[in-house]
Design a protein around this ligand. Structure first.
Ligand code: UTP
Length: 295
């Protein structure tokens, strides 16, 4: 039981980034010089995923073009002897046949988007990656989770402690026993108010799920935000199979949120020597003029 396939639900409307996302998918927003989605695809491939399934929606053709060859661009770069750029552009494209596309014809929620991939997944455990959550780590987070799956042979969700005041932005788990790197989950709730939250352990956008989830998602149960939620389907799955939460090693940025996306851009830029030298003095100056740093 190897995890071979990964689902990338990318059919959301990205309303928090309007008007930037009016004609462009949120997943194509750049993080320094790569679109957000590319980080997640690279993470999946580096973890050993063999098949990538994009669940797309209306107006997402830029995503398909990004992961396809562009002969015109490649020829132009070749003629201009831009060898490094040519290499970078070519390296974006996985071996042909690695990516499969399906459409979610109505944005009915994350759970519904995952269900749209049921026939492509078939009867095997699979991964789900939400590109919005970009994670800086030494070992790709999905690889960390796949290691845990080899041991646990059950569904696993990535979890992280969040500010208790922010529980209403996340799916929250109710863990059994003391907090450890791997916790058994007793219950899950989507976007609870702080006073109703069973913990401050939030589900982050990396999942390993067993195919049984599709039967539950197929019932189309509508939950928080009037959407078909994967968290609700996992609560039902819990009655039949164990589910574990995994506290991964890495720093997570919520790039589906404006502040989180800006923070990610800063953090990733500061790791690039060619940008760091220009950015640091600018940051220092900005902080000083805002009274946050003294001379
Ligand atoms: P979000 O909750 O971030 O929603 O979805 P969104 O529509 O992308 O963005 P906002 O909130 O309007 O700004 C989490 C993930 O689930 C996918 C999104 O593409 C994103 O990767 N999703 C969500 C779907 O694929 N289909 C849906 O119906 C809803």
């Amino acid at each position: 039981m190897k995890i071979r396939k990964a689902v990338f639900p990318v059919a959301g409307l990205g309303t928090r980034f309007l008007p930037a996302t009016k004609a462009m998918p949120k997943e194509m927003l750049p993080l320094v010089d790569k679109p957000i989605i590319q980080y997640a695809v690279e993470e999946a491939l580096a973890s050993g995923i063999e098949e990538i399934i994009f669940v797309t929606g209306k107006g997402k053709s830029a995503l398909e073009d990004h992961f396809d060859r562009s002969y015109q661009l490649e020829n132009m770069l070749r003629e201009r002897h831009k060898d490094l750029l040519l290499k970078i552009v070519a390296s974006v494209v996985p071996t042909t046949g690695t990516i499969v596309y399906t459409r979610q014809n109505e944005p009915l929620g994350l759970g519904h988007a995952i269900w749209c991939a049921r026939n492509i997944i078939g009867d095997e455990p699979f991964a789900v990656l939400l590109a919005d959550d970009v994670i800086q780590s030494d070992v790709p987070v999905l690889a960390q989770m796949m290691d845990q799956f080899d041991r646990l042979r059950a569904s696993i969700v990535a979890i992280e402690e969040v500010n208790p005041a922010d529980t209403s932005r996340y799916g929250i788990v109710d863990p059994v026993g003391a907090l450890d790197d791997v916790v058994r989950i007793r219950g899950l709730v989507e976007k609870p108010k702080q006073e109703d939250a069973p913990s401050n352990l939030a589900i982050i956008g990396r999942y390993i799920l067993t195919p049984r989830i599709f039967d539950i998602l197929g019932k189309g149960i509508v939950g928080a935000g009037n959407e078909i939620q994967v968290t609700d389907a996992m609560s039902i799955l819990l009655e039949k199979q164990p589910i574990f939460g995994f506290r991964f090693e890495g720093k997570r940025f919520d790039c589906g949120d404006k502040a989180g996306w800006q923070m990610a851009n800063l953090a990733f830029s500061l790791e690039r020597p060619e940008l760091r030298g220009e950015l640091l003095p600018f940051l220092e100056q900005t902080m000083m003029s805002n009274g946050m740093l003294r001379n």
